[in-house]
Design a protein around this ligand. Sequence first.
Ligand SMILES: [Zn+2]
Length: 296
Amino acid sequence: MSWLKRQSFLGPNSEDLLRNATVGIVGLGGGGSHIGQQLAHAGIGNFVVVDPDTIEDHNLNRLIGGKFKFLKRGKAKVVIARDLILGIQPTARVQMERSLWQVAAESLRRCDVIVGGLDSFRARDELERFCRQNLIPYIDMGMDVTKVGDGFLVAGQVLLSSPGGPCLRCVGVVTDERLSEEAAKYGAAGGKPQVVWPNGVLASIAVGLLMQLIAPWHRKAVASVYREFDGNTHIVRESPKWKSLEGRSCPHHPANERGDPTFDIRRWLEMPVISPKKPPFWRAMLEHFSAWWAQR
Ligand SMILES: [Zn+2]
C-alpha cells in the first residue's frame, strides 16, 4: 500500500503525476523553506532548490529545517532544504543550485512549476518574466511588515502567474516606484522584518495552488489566482482589484516576447503533466501556447 494512500482522492494517477513533477523553489530563507517541506510530504518527486546564501542567526526565526547547530559552520540553505526533503522522502531527487537564480536558469527551465520566495521586487519581476518566456507557471509569495502609526501591519500575497494571465505588475505588487526605491538602496531588501507564521499561511496557499495544477482532482482548477493575507486580522481574501483583472490579458508580458530560442513546445507537450485527463484550463493553456508557437 502506498504511503500516499490518504491523499488518493487527488486522482488515480496522482501519485505518478506528483512523483514525475519537477518543482523549482527559488529563495529558501523564509516561505520557500515551507514549500520544500510540504511538497516532500505531498509526494513531489523532483526538486530544483536555489539560494546563494548560508544560514545566519537572524534566519532561525523562520527557516524551516534550520537548526542552531548549523550556525557555527554556516550551512548552505540549499543543503538544509535538500536534507529536509530527503528526510521525508529519501527517493526524491533534489538538485541544489547554490547561486543566484539567473545562474541556475538551465536547471529551472525544466521545471513544471516554479515557486518564488524572494525578497527583492527586482528579482521577483525578473523571475516572473523568465517563467513566462519559458511557459512555466510561477507562484510568487511576498510578505511585509509595515509601521502604521504606532502599530504594525503584517500583510502578504500569493500570485499564481501563468503566461497570458495577470502578472505581478498587473496586481500592483511590482511598480516602477518600488523598483526605483529599491534600486536607490542598491537592491538591498535584507534586514526587513519577517516572521514564520505568515510565511506558513502564504506557503500553504502556494502549495494548494500547485497541487491543483498538477493533480487532476480539482473541478475548478485555475491558471491565475491572487490572494491577499491580512496578518493582523488573519483573513485571506481575494483582492478587490482581481475582479477587474480576471479574463484580461496582461500588457506587460506580450505573447510575442521572445522566449528561449532553443525551447521546443513539442518537448513540453510530451511532458507527463500534460495529459488528456488534465483539468480544462490545461487544454486552454495548451491551445493558447500552440497558437502562439505557430505564429513565431
Ligand atoms: Zn501584467
